[in-house]
Design a protein around this ligand. Structure first.
Ligand SMILES: [Zn+2]
Length: 245
């Protein structure tokens, strides 16, 4: 919703302006689209952006050195992406909008509650006609040295192409010296394996790397990530049959 987007974005206004500039930087060199035309064209024609903030509820995911949970960083990036999408008139669906998750009463153990949450998310994702899933996560490794974003893609139509474009954009904006490459997602990631739409999973950075983890906790860096994810979506779905001038 655009109205909600403005309310939310007001808190981050300077960041939002910077974000729009980043989005514009990715779009204008593409040559066949401008930010204004993207706004005008987006609402009716573009796929629904399904934003999945990874983990949440009893599942905090990885943990930063200071104790910040991956689930809260994922949610913060997801909310910024949702707000930016609203500014571009792109319809969104969020798989969760808070840290708390309402689990069904019959799910008694943590494992059962996590399974119930994942299957609810999947049902939502697969119920959206013409959806595109962007799942947001943070990486963790026992060695504190690895850093930089990495995008994984599902085995569904256009996922590899969107994943590779998004990965290249994230690297060029956040980690130009990184040699990581986009890769097919592991088969044990339930949502990515079972989603029927175009689907990518962005590991935005490493919580196990102290410098990168400190960045990932800031609004500025989260907005930068959200801007690149937004720009990649707009850039990808403005190709080919869509002649936007
Ligand atoms: Zn994760």
């Amino acid at each position: 919703m655009v109205v909600f987007a403005f309310i939310r974005i007001r808190d981050w206004l300077p960041l939002a302006l910077a974000a729009m500039l980043i989005v514009a930087c990715f779009l204008i060199p593409a040559g066949d689209i401008t930010v204004e035309s993207a706004v005008a064209e987006a609402a009716l024609e573009w796929p629904v952006l399904i934003i999945d903030a990874g983990h949440g509820g009893e599942d905090g995911g990885a943990s930063a050195p200071g104790g910040t949970l991956e689930s809260s960083i994922n949610l913060a990036v997801a909310q910024k992406l949702d707000a930016l999408a609203g500014l571009f008139g792109v319809e969104t669906v969020m798989t969760r909008e808070s840290e708390a998750i309402d689990y069904p009463a019959e799910a008694e153990t943590t494992a059962q509650r996590k399974r119930a949450d994942q299957s609810e998310r999947l049902e939502l994702i697969n119920s959206v006609p013409n959806g595109v899933l962007v799942s947001i996560h943070q990486n963790f490794y026992p060695d504190s040295r690895p850093s930089g974003p990495q995008v994984f893609y599902a085995d569904t139509a256009e996922s590899a192409e969107l994943g590779e474009l998004t990965h290249a954009n994230l690297l060029s904006a956040l980690a130009p010296s990184s040699r990581r490459v986009a890769a097919p997602v592991s088969d044990d990631i339930y949502l990515m394996r079972e989603a029927r739409c175009t689907a990518i999973l962005a590991e935005c950075g490493f919580l196990s790397n102290p410098e990168e983890s400190a960045l990932l906790e800031t609004d500025e860096y989260q907005m930068k990530i959200a801007s690149v994810l937004m720009a990649s979506y707009l850039q990808f779905f403005s190709r080919g049959d869509k002649t936007v001038t």
